[in-house]
Ligand binder design. Structure first.
Ligand code: ADP
Length: 262
């Protein structure tokens, strides 16, 4: 909003005089609001699985003989699932915070694109467990300048999202191509549920999800695209999203020529 908040400071300025300073602090208020929203979100995201874990653990501790084998294994499975959910969230939070405190530039390594994409493909296929068809197309071998683990996490998030938001029987295509200007582009195209245009601008915000329950059911933390955005920005790359609800999405990471090694 265009609202302005002025901070007035009255400073004694020799004898009878005072100096009045005013500064617009609306951006500080906005930052503070974002910070407290973030903490509220994190707390909420951790609290719901913790409630499940604590509830079942307490129940089992009170009367451990009173349950059948099936009941026991169902409860333990729930405890397990919810613990994993908390762990994924904490891992993503640590990744984000490392990105935020890691300085402006990532480690500079030579990252071979082909083996990186093979790894991403393998992980996505494991997550899919045979429910989707995959292809990997690499127009030519390429080497990126940047941090291998950050790029792996960014590309991996795009590929796992494609799996998670594409119904069984869909296709997921991974593609690396060189661009006319010497840059390069990594694209993940899926035939999944797509994203309506009004959601696109907010998709990379932390905890922004189109469908909270679908994200949860498929193991989402709501932080994946925020991590992608951060990693790409640090590599001077941009994220492009084209999507058609009900038909599928294309998420591309576009690297400028300067990030490619020949
Ligand atoms: P999440 O853990 O919820 O998947 P992300 O930050 O990775 O969090 O993604 C944010 C939201 O963007 C998701 O909740 C989902 O609504 C949408 N989204 C991301 N990738 C896709 C995709 N390939 N197809 C459809 N929707 C997607």
């Amino acid at each position: 909003s265009g609202r302005m908040t002025l901070l007035l400071q009255v400073i004694p300025y020799g004898g009878e005089q005072t100096l009045l300073l005013s500064r617009d602090i609306s951006h500080l208020e906005r930052l503070e609001r974002m910070r407290s929203d973030f903490i509220a979100n994190v707390s909420h995201e951790l609290k719901s699985p913790l409630t499940v874990v604590a509830g079942f653990a307490e129940m089992l501790a009170e009367d451990h003989a009173g349950y059948s084998q099936e009941e026991l294994s169902r409860y333990l499975q729930l405890i397990n699932e919810q613990s994993l959910r908390m762990r994924r969230l904490i891992e993503d939070l640590l990744t984000l915070s490392a990105l935020e405190t890691g300085g402006d530039t990532p480690v500079e390594e030579r990252v071979e694109v082909e083996p990186l994409l093979q790894t991403i493909l393998g992980e996505a296929q494991a997550l899919s467990a045979g429910r989707h068809q995959f292809s990997l197309l690499l127009d030519e071998p390429a080497t990126l300048r940047g941090c291998a683990s950050e790029l792996r996490s960014a590309f991996g998030n795009l590929a796992s999202n494609a799996v998670r938001y594409t119904p069984e029987g869909g296709r997921i295509d991974l593609h690396w191509q060189r661009e006319a200007d010497g840059g390069g582009r990594f694209t993940v195209a899926d035939t999944g549920i797509g994203v309506a245009p009004q959601h696109l601008p907010r998709l990379t915000e932390r905890f922004y999800r189109v469908d909270r329950s679908r994200s949860r059911e498929t193991g989402g933390t709501g932080l994946g695209l925020a991590i992608v955005k951060h990693v790409l920005t640090r590599h001077h790359a941009t994220l492009e999203i084209d999507s058609e609800p009900g038909h599928g999405s294309r998420f591309s990471a576009r690297f400028p020529a300067g990030q490619l090694l020949v």
